[in-house]
Design a protein around this ligand. Structure first.
Ligand code: NI
Length: 171
């Protein structure tokens, strides 16, 4: 297994739209293992392939307390959204930033699991928010893009400054 470097906002590669996975083969399974390890190492609750500069529709999520329940989403799509909620979010690609964004409260999602088997999942609460956040990444969207231009500009400036001051810490 390997830890993968995580792209940081405002890296333009975070805006690439990911392509569907055609076959869940050994290389995809290896990527999923590496993404899961990277997510745990970074203490994140989710990681999308886009964030590790692989532009395939894969995300891993674990919102469990003891970090023992990783969920894998391959070619996943949200097929139903219900209600709205305010969610307080952060992102491994936007370190040190937490902001409130509007999300659907409940979702139904369909996709393939880590074995390439189709599944359907109904989610609410933190899990629903996390899935929406990760699937946004695969469409090239970072959560700060829901914020005002002014706020986005401030975050951009701050992160560019951080990267200049400590380039070795980036990733
Ligand atoms: Ni994120």
């Amino acid at each position: 297994m390997a830890l993968l470097p995580i792209l940081r906002f405002p890296d333009p590669r975070l805006h690439v739209k990911a392509a569907p996975v055609e076959a869940v083969d050994d290389s995809i399974r290896q990527l999923i293992r590496d993404m899961t390890e990277t997510m745990y190492e970074a203490s994140g609750v989710g990681l999308a392939a886009t964030q590790v500069n692989v532009h395939k529709r894969i995300a891993v999520v674990d919102v469990s307390e003891d970090r023992s329940g990783p969920l894998v989403f391959i070619n996943a799509e949200i097929v139903e959204k219900l209600g709205e909620c305010n969610s307080d979010e952060g992102c491994l690609s936007v370190p040190g930033v937490r902001e409130t964004v509007r999300r659907a409260e409940k979702i139904k999602v369909r996709g393939l699991n880590g074995n390439g088997e189709p599944f359907e999942l109904e989610a609410d609460g933190v899990l629903a928010v996390c899935i929406q956040h990760e699937l946004d990444h695969l469409d090239g969207k970072v959560f700060v893009e829901y914020l005002s231009r002014l706020k986005q500009g401030r975050i951009r400036t701050r992160l560019l400054k951080q990267a200049q001051e400590a380039p070795q810490a980036a990733g």
